[in-house]
Ligand binder design. Structure first.
Ligand code: AHG
Ligand code: MN
Ligand code: MN
Length: 340
């Protein structure tokens, strides 16, 4: 029988990659592994269990409060992380404020976690891939006290781990701790994540562009010109590119990571900072992209260097194959001064 590396084995083998961490990062990853299995189970039955599809706040037939899947996922991750007692606080896209865990054990934790518990939630009801995104930092506040806002407002370069779970035609957990990007596929038969995509790399170039083109007329000149560039016919540069947009960042990112491509959520007239959240979406995937040889830009510099000033901050976002992101940046810079 050939040998499979499970996520559990991998984490133990790579413990040496986490200098200064005496098993804590491993425990965070195993909490994420556990919560993602629970969420995966719930997503898989979402089609038949109509009660999970109801609006949050409404009642099901038993008179119980119904939850939307994003609220469900939020709770499961918060509880699984709390149970390990190595994280002192958690910031979630689903909650207005960060949660500072109350227990002494958690307050002794060295880390904070940020997450988008359910990404692509508009796709839940239509059986299209969704995901979970997470990001881990060392805390700034004193160990043994409650987590503070400054623990969460850190630049992407300070991340010690980041990753995502994609609930797709199969479920995968993909993460980095700063030593490459590794992907594990869930085998539901044995309830285990198995190393299926070691050392994932973005192709330097690709032919997929992913953007919500419904916003085209609201994009600035640089973005519009770059989209036109993607559509131009030029066989020598593999153009026109192929347009692919799922509307779940995780799923669009995952496909582009494997095939080569660029994902964009630029600023619009109505949303000058774009839509995506720096701390829950952009920064963690930027860490993964750079670890996989790709890049992530706001159009005006590395996403990993943006100083957060608030938890739910948004940034314009261009992420994917290195040469494609560079080309998009060139268009943005060239047309910076042009009228909208
Ligand atoms: P979320 O479901 O966590 O709110 O995130 C949705 C995000 C992202 O996943 C996706 O790429 C983007 O919003 C889609 O936005 P548009 O529908 O505006 O294209
Ligand atoms: Mn999201
Ligand atoms: Mn979400």
């Amino acid at each position: 029988m050939s040998h499979f590396t499970t996520l559990g084995e991998f984490i133990i083998d790579r413990q040496k990659d986490f200098p200064g961490s005496s098993g804590e990062l491993s425990r965070i990853l195993s909490a994420i592994r556990l919560a993602s299995k629970i969420v995966n189970q719930e997503i898989n039955k979402a089609g038949v269990a109509a009660d999970i599809l109801g609006a949050a706040g409404s009642e099901n037939i038993q008179g119980e409060q119904q939850q939307k899947l994003d609220v469900y996922a939020d709770e499961k991750f918060i509880k699984a992380i709390e149970a390990r007692g190595v994280v002192c606080g958690i910031g979630s896209e689903e909650n207005d404020d960060y949660i500072a865990y109350e227990s002494e054990k958690c307050q002794n934790g060295k880390y904070v976690l940020l997450m988008d518990p359910l990404d692509g939630s508009s796709n839940i009801d239509v059986n299209v891939s969704i995901g979970t995104i997470f990001s881990v930092f060392k805390r700034k506040s004193e160990i043994g006290t409650k987590a503070e806002l400054k623990d969460f407002l850190q630049i992407g370069d300070e991340q010690v781990a980041a990753g995502y779970v994609i609930y797709g035609s199969s479920t995968m957990l993909v993460f980095t701790t700063g030593n490459g990007v590794h992907g594990f596929t869930y085998d539901p038969g044995i309830g285990t994540f198995i190393l299926s995509h070691p050392d994932m790399k973005f192709p330097d170039n690709g032919k997929i562009y992913s953007v919500n083109e419904g916003n085209y007329n609201n994009f600035n000149q640089g973005v519009r010109r770059y989209i036109q560039y993607c559509q131009e016919i030029d066989a020598s540069t593999n153009r026109p590119y192929t347009g692919r947009y799922i509307g779940s960042l995780v799923a669009d990112f995952h496909r582009n990571l494997i095939k080569g491509g660029i994902y964009m959520y630029p600023a619009t007239n109505a949303a000058p900072n774009g839509k995506l959240r720096l701390l829950y979406e952009c920064s963690p995937l930027a860490f993964l992209a750079e670890q996989a040889g790709g890049s992530a830009s706001t159009g005006n510099g590395r996403v990993m260097e943006v100083e957060p000033t608030e938890l739910h901050q948004r940034v314009p976002y261009f992420i994917g194959s290195k040469e494609m992101v560079e080309m998009a940046e060139t268009f943005l810079q060239t047309h910076k001064e042009s009228a909208q």
